[in-house]
Design a protein around this ligand. Structure first.
Ligand SMILES: [Zn+2]
Ligand SMILES: [Zn+2]
Length: 403
């Protein structure tokens, strides 16, 4: 009898709380000892990150305050750290983060998938489309092409200060896209953003009609993006994946992520020898499809030569301008009828696909968590950047040890 009474009480509490907009439990109620300040890792000059402490601003009706759990370090962060190519300094970097909602404006009800949002939920953020450019107005499925996209971690310092994930707290602004991800572990949550980049690339590749179960797929470049890309292609069921890189440790990780063959380009001097190695791995013909995942111009030129006649190619390695490359319009494009797609970041629509990919990859035994090789606290972010610049390990992440 007692148990039933408790159940009834719980149900009444639940209904009442849902009428107010969400379940309220003691742990989810904003406590009176809300933090007043937040430390941030602020990039104040080239190769110089300083820890600063700022007051946490009031949260508006369309905003959220998120306690940061952690955030991956991206190649883009390192470019900005090295030379400020985006002109953002001073800036709190970090766009691959995950955290917990600890304060929520009254207009926040659902995430970008339509799921009801509650205090205490773990979330990841996606892009902040501007809503008024050509892409936003005319191709809403391609808001990745928005001319004025905002991304947390790539917003210059302003009066809010808590604009990037290399911080203890983040303010999620009006108009942001975000997703609740309570059903994933932290390592998986930290891989969502880079995984969305490659899921988008594979979605682009699928539009060519050239990705099939028995396609021979080349992935050039085995950094975090190339390795995740291999795991996405493998998770789709592609049987033949040839990974190309110059580092044996990365190539053995490529095998763990699902590559069936590996080619270390250091063992093949000159482009003809390298093309020969690719042909040996593809029945003498070349790849049905290739993904270019390095930021190296000569590699972007070479990849065309790995693709067979009638094959396809996706360029996903140049998120910054690393220079030009030379291709031959006759041999590389016209004569082979290669279908090329470019891939640019991701749209919010790619996120739900990414969640399914991560769960499915784990269920078929791909050890995605092994991609995270280094963890640093907020006081160690210069070291985190240096580690990434030296290409030690694979994925370097920031962990908020105050979480
Ligand atoms: Zn990134
Ligand atoms: Zn726009």
């Amino acid at each position: 009898m007692e148990i039933n009474q408790i159940n009834v009480e719980e149900i009444v509490k639940q209904i009442l709380s849902e009428m107010k907009g969400g379940p309220v439990t003691s742990s989810q109620t904003p406590s009176t000892n809300m933090p007043k300040t937040s430390k941030v890792a602020l990039l104040t000059g080239k190769q110089k990150i300083e820890v600063r402490e700022y007051p946490i601003p009031e949260i508006g009706d369309d905003e959220m305050l998120v306690k940061v759990e952690g955030c991956g370090v991206c190649g883009t962060d390192v470019h900005e750290y090295k030379g400020d190519p985006f002109g953002l300094i001073p800036v709190v970097l970090g766009h691959e983060g995950s955290g917990q909602i600890i304060k929520m404006g009254k207009n926040i009800k659902r995430d970008s998938m339509g799921k009801v949002v509650n205090l205490g939920d773990k979330i990841v953020t996606c892009v902040i489309p501007c809503g008024h450019c050509d892409a936003c107005l005319n191709t809403p499925s391609r808001t990745n092409l928005c001319e004025n996209t905002g991304i947390y971690g790539l917003i210059s310092d302003d009066e809010t200060h808590l604009n990037g994930w290399f911080s203890e707290y983040l303010v999620v602004r009006k108009g942001s896209t975000f997703f609740t991800v309570n059903d994933m572990d932290l390592d998986s949550r930290l891989l969502i953003e880079p995984a969305a980049v490659v899921v988008h690339a594979v979605e682009r590749a699928k539009t060519t009609g050239l990705l099939k179960f028995n396609s021979k797929v080349v992935v050039q470049g085995c950094g975090p993006i190339g390795l995740l890309l291999i795991s996405v292609v493998r998770t789709l069921g592609v049987e033949n994946i040839i990974a190309i890189d110059g580092d044996d440790a990365r190539l053995s990780m490529a095998k763990e992520m699902g590559a069936t063959d590996t080619i270390n380009f250091m063992n093949h001097k000159g482009i003809d020898a390298l093309v020969g190695a690719v042909k040996d791995a593809t029945n003498g013909l070349g790849a049905d499809f290739a993904f270019q995942c390095t930021g190296v111009p000569v590699a972007a030129a070479n990849v065309w030569k790995f693709v067979k006649r009638g094959g396809g190619l996706c360029e996903v390695g140049f998120f910054v301008d690393n220079g030009d490359c030379t291709i031959n319009p006759h041999y590389d494009i016209c004569n082979k009828e290669i279908t090329l797609v470019g891939s640019w970041v991701y749209s919010p629509q790619d996120y739900p696909i990414t969640f399914d990919f991560i769960k499915r990859a784990k269920s078929i035994g791909l050890p995605l968590e092994k991609l995270i090789t280094h963890r640093y606290t907020i006081d160690e972010m210069n070291e985190a950047m240096e580690t990434n610049m030296k290409q030690l390990g694979i994925k370097v992440v920031f962990i908020n040890d105050k979480f």
